[in-house]
Design a protein around this ligand. Structure first.
Ligand SMILES: [Zn+2]
Length: 444
């Protein structure tokens, strides 16, 4: 964590004279957490990103007079949000709710405002670190309304700001003044780094109040085999060869005509629906009692009645909670890479993720793994497959995982992590039972 209040620890150089910029204070006009900086030699004032969230990796500098942004890390999207936000800055009041659960003496501020669902959620997950390792401090979490339900119950305070996701990158001077006034009463304040990529100890139940799938009870839970497909409509599981046709570019009018015709001839959403139905059918041949569920953001309907369709176009807290309950009952979750996989992966027993080529560099960023100290077993539980994989390949992968997980728990987990290793007869019995069950299944 970093010193924020009253004068933050900030390490920036003037873009002109290269002298150290002097921090004068801080400013938080929304998702941006900025040091207020000055160069006396050049008589210029700046704002610079403090080390929290993406400000840790890509700190930008903005000239207060000209609005020019210095982006030495070439994170153009992050620079653009700052540039456009400052240019179009607002001062409209927005609903601001403060809940204080205990007296605050040493505040640490965790700001989870963001324009991206996944970024906001990943920042919030970082709360666990401060709750566990900085118990003498008081964690204040700033969240947009859509994240409020996920805030752990043991924080000191929650400041909820009604800022829709699409406005998450806005610069609002009213928000800045509101936060400034609330922190002014304290002699000192700190900033949570929201370094959202270290989750080896994540306990998601502290956020959702829902226990993840009890992997140690895998055998018992098989009575209700549940496989869930995570649906999204803006990144699709479709045949890559057909997609190449769909994406062909032609100049001018021909291009517009082709776009229209391609959408008619090769409707991508229908193709995804067919792929998912094929996957479900393949699994049903092997497991006639399977509960195959589709959940996620999308229009429901058009599926065989034996598939449970939980898609919706209106996300509410109740919907998200019920989806998390479903994930926690799912032996396998399948879905396309993206923030849609964060909460599913944090609750389900195993995950198969379809990876598009253009997202390969972002692998793992969208998964919240259940704490799993044994890396070999973690690789068993969390699989990545190319987006081009057919329903047949995914079905075969799921079948192999369902059939071999009990053995993997024995073979791939270390000695100390498998309590029943102290009782060889239990292991043997379990192995035999699993083996018999496997043999009893119809060949697929
Ligand atoms: Zn200067």
């Amino acid at each position: 964590m970093f010193k924020l209040h009253p004068i933050p620890d900030a390490d920036f150089c003037c873009p002109f004279c290269e002298g150290a910029l002097q921090p004068q204070g801080w400013y938080m006009p929304g998702m941006r957490i900025l040091a207020d900086l000055r160069c006396d030699d050049c008589d210029q004032e700046y704002y610079g990103d403090l080390p929290s969230g993406h400000g840790l990796c890509f700190p930008m500098l903005l000239n207060k007079t000209t609005g020019e942004v210095w982006d030495q890390y070439q994170a153009s999207w992050f620079a653009s949000w700052l540039h456009v936000g400052y240019r179009d800055r607002q001062k409209t009041p927005v609903p601001f709710t403060s809940e204080e659960f205990r007296p605050i003496r040493q505040p640490i501020v965790l700001n989870c405002l963001d324009a991206m669902y996944g970024h906001g959620l990943l920042k919030l997950v970082h709360a666990q670190h401060y709750l566990d390792y900085y118990q003498e401090y008081d964690l204040i979490v700033i969240v947009p309304r859509w994240l409020r339900w996920l805030v752990p119950q043991d924080v000191a305070a929650i400041w909820t700001i009604d800022l829709p996701l699409r406005q998450g990158h806005e610069w609002n001077d009213w928000i800045a003044q509101e936060i400034q006034q609330r922190l002014a009463q304290f002699d000192h304040g700190w900033l949570a780094s929201a370094y959202a990529h270290s989750f080896s100890e994540l306990h998601v139940e502290r956020f959702t109040q829902i226990q993840p799938f009890p992997i140690e009870e895998w055998d018992d839970q098989l009575n209700q085999l549940t496989v869930t497909f995570i649906w999204r409509e803006d990144r699709l599981w479709v045949d890559s060869h057909i997609q190449q046709w769909r994406d062909r570019r032609f100049p001018g009018r021909l291009g517009r005509m082709w776009k229209k015709l391609a959408a008619q001839w090769f409707p991508a959403l229908q193709e995804q629906t067919q792929q998912v139905i094929q996957l479900a059918e393949q699994l049903r041949q092997c497991y006639p009692q399977i509960r195959f569920v589709i959940a996620g953001l999308g229009k429901a309907g058009g599926l065989p009645d034996w598939i449970t369709d939980l898609r919706t176009q209106t996300i509410t807290e109740d919907v998200e909670r019920s989806w998390c309950e479903l994930y926690a009952q799912s032996q396998v979750i399948v879905g396309i890479h993206g923030s849609n996989m964060l909460l599913p992966s944090a609750h389900a027993a195993t995950v198969i993720e379809l990876m598009p080529n253009d997202r390969l560099g972002n692998v793992m960023q969208d998964l919240l793994l259940i704490p799993e100290a044994e890396s070999r077993f973690a690789v068993f539980r969390y699989r990545f497959v190319p987006l081009e994989s057919s329903p047949q390949v995914i079905a075969a992968t799921i079948k192999s995982m369902i059939q071999t997980l009990p053995f993997a728990m024995i073979y791939l987990k270390s000695f100390q992590q498998t309590p029943c290793f102290n009782q060889p007869e239990v292991v043997t019995k379990r192995y035999r039972q699993s083996r018999l069950r496997e043999l009893a299944r119809p060949a697929s």
